[in-house]
Design a protein around this ligand. Structure first.
Ligand SMILES: Nc1nc2c(c(=O)[nH]1)N[C@@H](CN(C=O)c1ccc(C(=O)N[C@@H](CCC(=O)O)C(=O)O)cc1)CN2
Length: 284
């Protein structure tokens, strides 16, 4: 049964539109610019940042890379952000998370101009999303919504069960599903009867960061399963938060890991950067 949702293919389709938008902006004399800031040596973060740089190059977006040492102080990072906020070549600023422990993440995210906050993590953008008037939507949840749209899933009146309540994925994806008129349940580590909640989901969105924690036999037959987890098991293997092989037998449609939500995250970052550049051109 081919019930796989191919994130790579959907991402590629959207990236072609983005590249066309970039060409049109360049023809008007504007090159979209993204500043990518990495602090420290976290191996996964280094991989994600180099993927972002490569994706920018392929789309024709100017990427301004800042790789800072593990011992960078909060004041130094805030000073760089201030400089990037004022740099007219830069439409988007991305600070790769997590940050080293001497740096207060909230202070850093709040220092980014909301107009350049292509990650959508600034409280201003969180508030705009919560009040139904988004400026920038966080990339992973936005990617999840685009995948559902491309798969033809209409969320109106559906039971959506989100497992995970992070600021990066769980909470924003729940708000986005609510905006599409779904009935949304957010589950977390203290939820009682998690299997019972998951079993009610017409759509299950897993974002807990625990390898294969959501068992295949919890899934309602025919449900759509979106697995946001990217968990490294052993040296090379990547698995999601859902027990994939068993869940695939019951799901109507399911995302793989890798090749599911992951490629959409970077695609939506490019998308947000280009939207920001369009606003710059329009003087907004
Ligand atoms: N400032 C941010 N930091 C982090 C974010 C974010 O959106 N903004 N999200 C994650 C990591 N992340 C992007 O930064 C990210 C995670 C996964 C992928 C991806 O394409 N995964 C592939 C597998 C890649 C691999 O081999 O490791 C897949 O799932 O197919 C892209 C981006 C935390 N930090």
């Amino acid at each position: 049964m081919n019930n796989l949702i191919d994130g790579k293919a959907i991402a590629e389709q959207i990236r072609q539109t983005i590249a066309a938008d970039v060409s049109a902006l360049k023809a008007q004399g504007t090159t979209p610019g993204l500043a990518v800031v990495l602090v420290g040596e976290d191996p996964a973060s280094r991989v994600y940042v180099s993927m972002k740089e490569k994706a920018c190059a392929q789309a024709g977006i100017f990427s301004d890379e800042h790789k800072l040492s593990e011992s960078t102080s909060e004041a130094e990072l805030l000073q760089l952000i201030d400089q990037l906020n004022q740099d007219s070549r830069i439409d988007g600023i991305l600070v790769q998370l997590p940050l080293p422990k001497q740096i207060d993440e909230s202070k850093v995210l709040e220092a980014i101009s909301p107009k350049k906050d292509v990650d959508g993590f600034h409280p201003y953008n969180v508030g705009r999303l919560a009040t139904g008037n988004p400026l920038f939507r966080p990339c992973t949840p936005y990617g999840v919504m685009k995948m559902l749209e491309h798969t033809g899933v209409d969320l109106k009146g559906k039971e959506v069960v989100v497992v995970g309540r992070s600021n990066i994925v769980g909470k924003p994806v729940a708000l986005m599903c609510l905006a599409e008129h779904a009935t949304v349940t957010i589950c977390h580590s203290r939820t009682q009867d998690l299997p019972g909640h998951v079993a009610r989901g017409d759509v299950v969105i897993a974002a807990v960061g625990q390898p294969e924690m959501i068992k295949g036999d919890w899934i309602k037959p025919g449900a759509v399963v979106i697995d946001v987890g990217v968990n490294r098991v052993g040296e090379k293997k990547l698995v999601g938060d859902v027990e994939f092989a068993a869940a695939k037998e019951r799901a109507g449609a399911i995302t793989p890991v890798p090749g599911g939500v992951g490629p959409m995250t970077i695609t939506m970052l490019l998308y947000n950067t280009v939207e920001s550049a369009k606003r710059r051109v329009a003087g907004k």
